[in-house]
Structures are given as C-alpha cells and as structure tokens.
Design a protein around this ligand. Structure first.
Ligand SMILES: Cc1ncc(COP(=O)(O)O)c(C=O)c1O
Length: 363
C-alpha cells in the first residue's frame, strides 16, 4: 500500500499554503510586525482583560454552544440581523472553506478577481474546483464586463474582496451591484477590512439573495489569534452552510470573549478611527519618500510601489527585514510589479518603518 495512491487527487496536487512567519525565528521585542494586517494599535491590556473575564465566565469541561450560537447571538444583536442570517467559524478563512463545501465539487468553476487574497483559489482547488480568473483594471477597479464574460453557466461562486487585499481599495458600489444583478451565481464579498472603509454591503443581503458577505474579527478588532469570522447572508444559504459544519466548531472562550467585545464596541470603534487616521498620516509620509509611490487605501494596510529603478520590491523587503521590520512583498503578482504591502501600526511602528524604509532605499 502506498499512501500517495490513497490520497485524493486534489490533495495530492495541492501545495501546503505557505505562511511566511516569524514563528521560525525568535519573536523578540525588536520586531516590528507589519506583514499580516493585524492590529497592534489595539492595546494588549484591553484584550487581556476581555480574555480573563471570558475565562472566568465559562466552563471548558462542557462542549461549547453548538455552531457558535453564543457568538451568533452576540453578532446578530450587534448588527441588527436575525440569527438565522449569520454563521460563524474559525476565521473568515474557515467560512470560505464551508462555502466551498456547500457549492464546489470536482469540476465546479469559481471566479476570482486577481490580484487578490490567495485563499479563495486554495480552497477551490481543495474541493476539485477550477478557478477562473479575471483581472482588475489598471487603477485596480472592477472590470465588470470582463468578469461577466468569464462567468459560465456553471460558475457557482464569484469572490470579490472589497477592500481588496493587497491593493487596498474598496470597489465602487455600482460595480458590485451590477455583479449581483448580472452574475448567475453566489457573489461572495469578502469584507475582512470593511471596518476601515467607506461603506459595507451587509445590508444589501436583504435585497440580493445571491449575496454572501464575509467578515473577520482578525483585523479591526485586533483578535487575529482568536480565529473568528462570520458570514452574513439569507437564511437559506446560511442553513446549508450550517449543515456542513462541525457542530462544535467554535470554542467557548472565543464565543464568550466576542460577546464581551461587542458590548464594548465604543472602545473598538475609537481604535479603528485611530488606525484610519494613522493610515492617512502614513500615506502622506510615504508620498514624501523618494523612490516609492503609495496607493490610496480603504483598509488597514497600504500598498506602495518601489520606483527607484535600481531596486526591486524583493530587495527592499529583505533590507527592511534586516532592520527587523516585516512587510509583504507583492511584486510577483500580476499588475503589482515592485509593490510592497505594509500594515498600518501604532505611530511608533509607523515611524520605525519609515526610517527603516529610507535607510533601505539609500543603502
Ligand atoms: C481579504 C481577507 N479575507 C480573509 C482573511 C482571513 O481572515 P481570518 O483571519 O478571519 O481568517 C484575510 C487575512 O489576511 C484577508 O486578507
């Protein structure tokens, strides 16, 4: 017996999703982590207090509330939606996985607008789906006609990431509406970064039965380590997602913590506003650095291009890393030659990044 012969073809062909991480290196105080769009502007002591309060209120000897129903209740109260319109999972990533389980089988087509978050393609391939790609326009806008042209009758899912990772822009409302009206399948709008943006499409769920919205607590709430994401859609779609779910998918600490966190929304809101202001400060300062050009952003990260002809984004990323500043090189992606993505941090982190960047460009 050979293990390889027993493994499903899709899994054999899949490469492990590589997460470049500092875990392999020593995580020291000196490292300025601006590579994963986490939120270090959220003070650690506040999160710690919520976590301790949560731990004191629960009993981990018992199984958690099924299908994350405690978290669902907290989120539905917070959003003003019915509980039947919400489903929770371990991060928006797991929500994607669940959607694929419901809609994708060998040969199904999944439409993805590139360059974007790579997990849509990863999960589609896992279930034997075929990813069809359409490119963003030159200003990173949705090319609605091109997308619709790529859509075939059996394309079940279309992923639109808005604000888009890694370009940072939120798409025009009218373009997303057109996709909802004209695409003959489910449009998944990934709003992992919408708390930092100008609008959200969540309320459109009431008008478009083919809309599924993904949200995450990893970014705006500074709770990436907790792993909590959710889906907002109509109750029929949500019901099918719940069918394919492990009944105890979400641990009780997460469910209790998020209940407390949403009761303290004012505090989180203040921190989100802080990040948005800091983002604009960082963009202004990047504009003054010779050799780079930043793009506008609606998220908690900024994409910028290395325009100093002697350098590539890979070299600049490496030089920043040598100065303990971690960023993401996105220069290998289509449309993004020599582009780097940097997460907005605290004022201190942003200042450290700026001086390390200037040194890296002059080295
Ligand atoms: C666009 C987008 N969607 C989803 C995720 C994953 O979110 P979560 O941490 O909730 O799984 C990320 C994380 O970087 C992201 O950039």
């Amino acid at each position: 017996m050979k293990i390889e012969d027993l493994v499903q073809k899709e899994v054999r062909n899949l490469s492990c999703y590589e997460v470049e991480t500092i875990l392999g290196r020593k995580l020291c105080e000196k490292i300025v982590k601006m590579d994963f769009n986490e939120n270090f502007a959220m003070p650690r002591d506040i999160i710690e207090k919520l976590l301790l309060d949560a731990c004191r209120s629960i009993d981990v000897r018992a199984y958690p509330p099924p299908r994350g129903c405690m978290a669902v209740k907290a989120i539905s109260t917070f959003l003003g939606f019915n509980e039947s319109e919400i489903s929770v999972a371990n991060g928006a990533d797991e929500v994607m996985d669940l959607l694929m389980k419901v809609f994708v089988r060998r040969g199904s087509k999944v439409l993805v607008v590139e360059p974007t978050f790579p997990m849509y393609t990863f999960f589609a391939q896992l279930y034997g789906g075929k990813t069809v790609t359409s490119m963003l326009g030159p200003n990173f806008e949705l090319d609605v006609d091109a997308i619709l042209k790529k859509a075939e009758r059996d394309t079940s899912l279309l992923f639109v990431c808005s604000p888009n990772n890694p370009t940072g822009n939120q798409f025009r409302e009218t373009d997303i509406k057109r996709l909802l009206q004209e695409f003959n399948g489910v449009v998944v709008v990934d709003e992992a970064y919408a708390d930092f943006a100008r609008y959200s499409v969540i309320n459109w769920v009431r008008d478009y039965e083919n809309l599924a919205v993904l949200r995450s607590f990893s970014k705006a709430f500074g709770l990436a380590g907790l792993r909590l994401g959710y889906l907002v859609s109509n109750s029929t779609l949500v019901k099918y997602v719940q069918r394919v779910m492990d009944p105890f998918n979400l641990n009780v600490i997460t469910q209790q913590l998020i209940t407390f966190a949403l009761q303290n929304w004012n505090y989180f809101e203040e921190r989100i506003n802080f990040v948005v202001n800091e983002r604009e400060w960082l963009i202004d300062n990047l504009k003054r650095v010779d050799g780079v050009t930043p793009y506008p952003s609606d998220a908690n990260f900024i994409l910028f291009k290395v325009t100093n002809g002697n350098l590539t984004s890979a070299i600049v990323k490496e030089r920043l890393e040598n100065r303990n500043v971690l960023v993401k090189d996105r220069g290998h992606l289509p449309l993004l030659e020599n582009c780097i993505r940097v997460t907005v941090g605290t004022r201190n982190m942003n200042k450290t990044f700026l001086s390390a960047l200037k040194e890296s460009l002059e080295e």
